[in-house]
Design a protein around this ligand. Sequence first.
Ligand SMILES: O=C(O)CCC(=O)C(=O)O
Ligand SMILES: [Fe+2]
Length: 300
Amino acid sequence: MVDDTRNSWQVERLAGALGAEVRGADLSQTDEMDAAVIRRLLAEHMVIFFPDQQLDREAHLRLGAFFGPLEGHPNLKNPYSDQGEIFELAATAGGIADEWHTDLTFLPEPALMSILRMVKCPETGGDTMWTSLCAAYDALSEPLKELCDGLSALHDSHPHDRADRMAIHPVVRVHPETGRKALYVNEHFTRRIVEMGQVESDALLGLLTRWVQQPRFTVRHRWREGTVGIWDNRCTQHYVLDDFEGERVINRVTVMGDRPEGVKEGQRWQPWVIGRRGSAMARHDRQLKRFLRDGSAAAD
Ligand SMILES: O=C(O)CCC(=O)C(=O)O
Ligand SMILES: [Fe+2]
């Protein structure tokens, strides 16, 4: 238990790799000094939880605005027409995020931070897990680190039926504040290693996306209504357990991000799109080829 000097907030680490619970804060009264403390806690813990908060939607938006411009969800419906930056997931409406992901990595500038307010949750089940992409990178062998440092990957929003929305990001992202390297690929949105053919790409992405899910890199949070969870999307992924009955509703406010930076001098290979035109294998390269040519294009 560490006492924060300014706010006398009590901060308790929750796992070896990431995660902390913060008590003694009233997020509805957040000011610039509190926001600075939250930024610092986030840089250290990657995901932080504030139990017993009384945030309404206005206060939720106000809190988010301390950290930068907000964005609604580009593909999914936002339920509050006058508060378009609030994104809601309700389990009974099909909103259970039970695949490991970082939010919105199919955008050229994926979300920096997400702020979740637990509106309604089951008595048991429906926990969320986060994983530290920095711990995952650090645990790789040296040869694999060096390989990954030089790669980039295509991400698309196929899970939202919008496979035409794509972006290419470095496989290893350097966190702009901490300087730590993060393994920035996820099974939900990442489709293809740009510098490899489809067969190699599938094998490596399969390995890396499973690698980041190892329990030793994760923290698991059991929710109560009113808890607010804030995470840094530049160095984490998350996953919701679909092990509950009944309703579970979250509201999320999302802070816009910037273009991910890779490892300097890391990237040294050209895209690998060699399928001979008309060959059966060439179809696997179509999406990447079109994106490289046009910047966006419908996937097959
Ligand atoms: O429901 C949750 O706990 C998290 C949902 C999610 O993936 C998100 O809000 O980004
Ligand atoms: Fe998410």
